[in-house]
Design a protein around this ligand. Sequence first.
Ligand SMILES: *Cc1c(COP(=O)(O)O)cnc(C)c1O
Length: 399
Amino acid sequence: MIIQEPDTKGYYGPYGGAYIPEMLHRNVEELQANYLEIINDNGFQEDFINLLHNYVGRPTPLFPAKNLSSRFKTKIYLKREDLCHTGAHKLNNVVGQILLAKRLKKKHIIAETGAGQHGVATATVCALMGLRCTVFMGSKDIQRQQPNVLRMKMLGAEVIAATSGNQTLKDAINEAIRYWINHSDETHYVIGSTIGPHPYPDMVARFQSVISSEIRKQLLEKEGRETPDYVVACVGGGSNAAGAFYHFISDSQVKLIGVEAAGEGVGSSNTAATIAIGTEGIIHGCRTLLMQTPDGQTKEAHSISAGLDYPGIGPLHAYLHQSQRASYYAITDEEALNAAFDLALSEGIIPALESAHALALLPKIAFRPHDIVVVNLSGRGDKDLAIYQEYFSHDNHDK
Ligand SMILES: *Cc1c(COP(=O)(O)O)cnc(C)c1O
C-alpha cells in the first residue's frame, strides 16, 4: 500500500526521519510531540481556514485552459496557485506554521529562502501577526531576486546573506539551522518545503494539501468526477507537488507526475535533477535522494529558476519515486523558458519559471483527448521578468 503520511518516526519507506545535531533535539522533539494535536484541533483549523479564505485568497481557481487544450488535444486545467497572495503556493504553508508557532508561544520566526518567495511569504505573515522575522538568503539569490529582497525589508524582516558555498538555497538553510541552534527557545524555524527533519515534510505536506482537496471539489463541479487522469507539478523540495498530489495518492488510477529542473541537461554538471541522478544520503536532517559525489559531498545544484535550485528532494517524493507511484521527468532551462512564453501568449498568464517546468512537460506525454490533466501553476512570473527579458532579447537576436 502506498502511504501519504510517514510513520511515527517520520519515515516514508526508507526515506525521511530526523538526523539532527544534539543541540536541536529539543526544538524538533517539541514539534514532533505537538504538531498533530495542534493541527487537528478544531480551533486551529478554524483559524487556518479563515486565513486561507480571507487573506491568502483561497480557493484558487481551477482554470480550463482552452487554448492549451486544443493545442495538446486533451483537457488541461491550471490550478491557479499563482493567484495566492504574494504570488505562489508558499503562503499556505507559512500561514499554517506561524499559527502553529504562536500556539507554541514562539516570538521570533526565522526562515531560509531561495527565489525569495518563501521569505516574502514568511515576512508577510509575520507582519500580519506581529512577530519578529529574520530571513536567510544566499548572496547570489539576493542579487538575482532584488524585488523580493525589497519586499521582505518593506514588510519589516531582517535579511541575512549566506555567503558560503554556491550562495544559494542550500547555504541559506545551513545558516538558518546554525542560527536556530543558538536561539532555540524563543525561535520557530519555518521551513519552506517538504524537506528537513521529521515532522517538517509531513507538516508542510498537510498544509499544502489544501491544493488537492480543492481540486477534487472543483473537478466534481466541472466534470462530475473528483479525480483527474493526470496531476503535473514542478518539484524543487517538493511542496507544491506534495500539495497537488496529496489527496490523490491513494487513487491509483490518477497518474502523478513531478517535474524537476534539468538545468543545462541531466548529463551536464549544471543540473538540479535530483531524482534522475541522485543517490541515497542525508541532507538537511532527513534521509532522501540527493546529488552527491561518490565520497558523499553534496554537489551544487543549478537551475535557471532559483526555486528549483536545490540538490535534494523531499522524502515523500523519494518514496513516491521508489514505489513508482509517481513518475518524475527533468526539463531544461531552455524548455522551461519556451513554455513560459507559450503560456503567456496562449492563455494570457505569465508563469513563474518554476511552474514553467511543469508546463514544459505537456508536449512530452501522449495524452488522450478525453484525459483530464491538471497542471499545478505554482506561482506567477513577475519575479522572473528580468530573466524573461534577457531571453526575449537573445531570441530576437538569433532570428
Ligand atoms: C518555491 C517555489 C517552487 C519550488 O518549491 P516546492 O517546495 O518544490 O514547491 C515552485 N514554484 C514556485 C512558484 C516557487 O516559488
